[in-house]
Design a protein around this ligand. Structure first.
Ligand SMILES: NC(=O)c1ccc[n+]([C@@H]2O[C@H](COP(=O)([O-])OP(=O)(O)OC[C@H]3O[C@@H](n4cnc5c(N)ncnc54)[C@H](OP(=O)(O)O)[C@@H]3O)[C@@H](O)[C@H]2O)c1
Length: 335
């Protein structure tokens, strides 16, 4: 174990798109765990679009990261030293370990032991079996409530969450239609993930493409982007349709908020509903979600992709990939 902890702090609040200079790296001594605490070496760090929101000083579902604080982030790693009876050195854990080599943490619900003996890499606990998979699972099934034979439309369909949503929709017997930014991603979601149709939202007209691929209209729209795609989906929502608001990445770096979707009145006309959710609402059911996702994974019904960037130092540039569409699947940093 090194005696030094490299850690990346929030140095400035971004204006518009995140810049490398919004972060600052420093090296400090590794802390010692106190009574009831454990020292964890962070091995992998999840990079998430939500981090852009955490960098902004405004009220949200979680307090913003303060200037000078270690940047918040979900991690998996190994316990090096424990002063808590439930943990021992060598345990693999999931934690909110932050953008740093080591974290001292109390088991407060965010530090959890990982199940042993699963034939999957530890990174899967940040992707398909982690927050990503649980977001797809609860967002689609609990908020979207798809029924067999219905049409489910998914934006960022080749991303971490979206790639899982489409596959769950197929498992539930639905027609899955995905939107993403390149022909290569369109091919991947159709040929590898089983999406019935894919729309390249950069090169195709969105509304006519949705009409073509959703001939019976849209029953569930799983929204990760907001903006034009949300508006187009609302325009074709069916009677009693459901829109699950998972994210709105078109707005995360915006300096001025765009006007709301002009087609929202369709929610009234079609007696449809639009409902936002935060995966943390489902923490008490996380085990249920992880067990089901794990079972589908073992049965070969679920595939997942991870893009792993080497070295904590590259996290400030790697996060930009989420906002310029250059990631496929789950973006992770090997610390
Ligand atoms: N509600 C919750 O609890 C919860 C939890 C986790 C994640 N989320 C949300 O879920 C969404 C997906 O997150 P993720 O972790 O799975 O990320 P991701 O999809 O792996 O990566 C982000 C993707 O967003 C797309 N994108 C970026 N800028 C865009 C733009 N201006 N317009 C349209 N698409 C754009 C890109 O895909 P394309 O190639 O398709 O453009 C990019 O690959 C985000 O909105 C995130 O905030 C919500």
């Amino acid at each position: 174990m090194s005696e030094h902890n490299r850690r990346i702090l929030l140095a400035a609040r971004p204006e518009g798109m995140i810049k490398e200079s919004d972060f600052r790296m420093e090296t400090v001594a590794v802390e010692k765990p106190g009574d009831g605490e454990v020292l964890v070496r962070n091995e992998y760090l999840s990079l998430d679009p939500a981090m852009r929101g955490w960098m902004t000083d405004r009220p949200s579902y979680i307090p913003p990261v303060q200037l000078g604080e270690v940047m918040r982030g979900g991690t998996v790693g190994e316990v090096l030293e424990s002063k808590h009876p439930d943990f021992k050195a060598g345990d693999k854990v999931r934690a909110m370990g932050g953008w740093q080599d080591y974290v001292v943490s109390k088991p407060d619900g965010r530090l959890m032991k990982l199940p042993e003996g699963l034939p999957i890499p530890i990174t899967a606990h940040l992707s398909v079996l982690g927050i990503t998979g649980l977001t797809a699972y609860f967002g689609l099934l609990d908020v979207g409530q798809p029924k067999e034979g219905e049409t489910v439309v998914v934006s960022t369909a080749a991303g971490a969450v979206g790639s899982i949503v489409g596959q769950i929709a197929k498992i539930k017997g639905c027609r899955a239609v995905g939107l993403t930014s390149t022909d290569a991603k369109c091919t991947w979601i159709k040929e590898e993930l089983g999406y019935d149709a894919a729309i390249n939202y950069k090169t195709e007209e969105i509304s006519p493409a949705l009409a073509q691929h959703c001939p019976k209209g849209i029953d569930v729209y799983f929204d990760n982007v907001g903006g034009e795609i949300l508006n187009a989906a609302l325009g074709q929502i069916n009677f009693k349709g459901r829109v699950a608001i998972c994210g709105a990445i078109t707005q995360y770096n915006a300096t001025k908020m765009p006007p709301g979707p002009s087609n929202y009145l369709n929610l009234l006309v079609k007696s449809a509903r639009m409902e936002g959710f935060i995966v943390m609402n489902y923490l008490d059911r996380a085990m249920e979600g992880a067990m089901q996702l794990g079972q589908w994974l073992m049965e070969g019904k679920l595939k997942y992709k991870e893009e792993i960037v080497d070295n904590l130092e590259n996290a400030p540039t790697a996060i930009l990939r989420l906002f310029n569409s250059s990631n496929t699947g789950k973006l992770i940093v090997k610390i």
